[in-house]
Ligand binder design. Structure first.
Ligand SMILES: [Zn+2]
Length: 303
């Protein structure tokens, strides 16, 4: 999301906060299945790089995660709960629910694995409209704006990694600030509707994500800036030391620059050096090494 849209976005913060006041009850309703899922994936278990196909197939996590989301409005042809290993591929299927995404840009499909830290959300893979991440917390990092607590929220695994990233940057003399992290479906709906009402649906679709298709709804993404806020969420950020540090080091903490330069045709978004997405260290390292986007990761996984 770009800065010039924040003015209008701020206007609906109050409404968003009211709506999210209801949604936050979900985050307190932390269910055991998710807890186990996150624990197993919190860097303590084997990645698929070290897991045999048999182990991966018998790993109950995918099945648990798949069954835990079966109530969602899933219209995809996902293989959640039936993961198979792509033996020999360069793309390891970490033991996380990597349901096959929709590769057809002509239609929007609802993802079957919204709680997976590898969930692919883009213009044609949408989150269920009732999806609220189960474990939203506020990372203990400095934020540029204090107005709306909703946009400080992230899923716990991503929040913990972000704290590490900010501390690592600080050691290198780089001061990373949070700008905007979680955004609820309801907030995105309000933002999108406002743009459609004022500028028409065609124009709105060129710069505003349809509700459900914003990666910010996953709780795994955050827009960041440096401590000055200079060029926050603007193209100029790319030339700042903070952006260069992120491009070089974010992967070490499990984050990727989600919308890299020259990948617009793949991601559907222009270069956004400030938008980082948590995918876990194994996959982040793989993407960094190969210069892949998350879309390309899935293309290699399911080719
Ligand atoms: Zn963003």
């Amino acid at each position: 999301m770009r800065k010039h849209r924040y003015a209008q976005f701020a206007a609906i913060w109050i409404l968003g906060t009211l709506l999210v006041g209801c949604s936050n009850q979900f985050s307190q309703n932390f269910n055991q299945v998710t807890s186990e899922f996150l624990h197993l994936h919190n860097g303590t278990s084997k990645s698929n790089a070290t897991m045999s196909p048999v182990e991966a197939k018998s790993n109950p996590v995918s099945a648990v995660a798949g069954s835990s989301i079966s109530n969602h409005n899933d219209t995809s042809n996902s293989i959640a709960g039936n993961n198979t290993i792509n033996g020999g591929t360069a793309a390891p299927k970490a033991n996380m629910n990597t349901a096959k995404p929709n590769f057809n840009p002509a239609k929007i499909q609802v993802v079957s694995n919204p709680e997976s830290i590898l969930v692919l959300v883009n213009k044609y893979n949408a989150l269920p409209d009732n999806y609220v991440p189960p474990d939203l917390v506020t990372p203990n990092i400095p934020f540029l704006y204090q107005g709306n607590p909703e946009i400080h929220l992230m899923r716990k695994v991503a929040a913990d990694a972000l704290v590490q990233l900010v501390a690592g940057a600080k050691k290198d003399g780089i001061y990373i600030y949070g700008v905007s992290a979680y955004r609820s479906y309801a907030t995105q709906q309000t933002v999108y509707d406002q743009y459609v009402a004022t500028q028409g649906v065609q124009a709105a679709n060129t710069f505003s994500a349809k509700p459900g298709t914003s990666e910010h709804q996953t709780g795994l993404a955050i827009d960041v800036s440096d401590s000055t806020g200079q060029y926050a969420v603007e193209d100029g950020f790319a030339k700042l030391p903070a952006a260069k540090w992120l491009a070089q080091h974010a992967y070490e903490y499990g984050f990727v620059i989600r919308y890299p330069k020259n990948k617009e045709s793949i991601t559907g978004y222009q270069y956004e050096p400030w938008h980082i997405r948590y995918v876990g260290k194994d996959v982040a390292k793989l993407l960094q090494k190969n210069g892949w986007t998350l879309e390309e990761y899935y293309q290699h996984l399911y080719k």
